[in-house]
Design a protein around this ligand. Structure first.
Ligand code: SF4
Ligand code: SF4
Length: 216
């Protein structure tokens, strides 16, 4: 018989936590999902788009529930208990029916929440977030992913400088404002060097600072 109900097998939870949407704002504001459980995927970063089935730059900023360590498995998923916030799970989890994906696909990159929606205009972190967006706007990730030849020396130098700017900013601001790592990933997204590592950059650190090397 064709599946027509969720048996809470957790397969979708193991593939990663959901992005948050407007209807989820109360969950964050009420503390049911704290910002330490969220990670920002900035506009332009590469994600798997379920509508097209390919890795492509996201057209909007996405706020996702974090994974576990380096795994994307949702941090609220427990092998024995299943979803540990089931009554307060986000809209995307409520709509997800693995046997009929129409509702969830209709939601892709629509009515999404950004950091600015979640915090509101008067939050004291807003100036630091805007400063970081200005200092580290992010390179053309799709170009870097699809490159077929070595980057020019100039391109490599520019990327290295952006990585250093990003790290300098994070070191300064997280120290000054006493921000923990799990909150940093919400306020400023993932460090640029990590995003570049996923595209093949080999990152090393020496006395002269961070250097990048590319396989091709
Ligand atoms: S939606 Fe499907 S994959 Fe997800 S928990 Fe339910 S049955 Fe499992
Ligand atoms: S919030 Fe709950 S239902 Fe949603 S992905 Fe995480 S564990 Fe699964």
């Amino acid at each position: 018989m064709a599946q027509n109900t969720c048996n809470r097998c957790g397969e979708c939870c193991r593939q990663g936590g959901p992005a948050l949407h407007e209807r989820d704002l109360g969950l964050v504001r009420d503390g049911k999902i704290p910002i330490s459980s969220l990670i920002t995927i900035k506009k332009g970063e590469l994600t798997h788009n379920p509508l097209t089935g390919v890795i492509q730059p996201t057209g909007v900023e996405l706020i996702k529930i974090t994974g576990k360590g380096k795994q994307w498995e949702c941090c609220y998923y427990d092998e024995q208990k299943g979803c540990t916030i089931y009554e307060s799970r986000p809209q995307a989890c409520v709509l997800l029916k693995c046997w009929d994906t129409k509702d969830i696909l209709d939601l892709v990159e629509k009515e999404t929440l950004s950091r600015f929606d979640i915090l509101g205009p008067d939050d004291p972190m807003i100036p630091a977030m805007r400063e970081h967006d200005h200092i580290c706007p992010g390179p053309d990730f799709l170009y870097l992913k699809d490159r077929t030849s070595r980057l020019s020396v100039q391109q490599e130098k520019e990327l290295e400088e952006q990585v250093r700017d990003d790290l300098r900013f994070r070191t300064r601001v997280t120290g000054d404002l006493n921000i923990k790592l799990d909150e940093e990933l919400f306020y400023f997204g993932r460090p640029l060097f990590q995003l570049l590592q996923m595209l093949g950059a080999v990152v090393s650190e020496s006395r002269s600072g961070v250097t990048l090397r590319w396989e091709i």
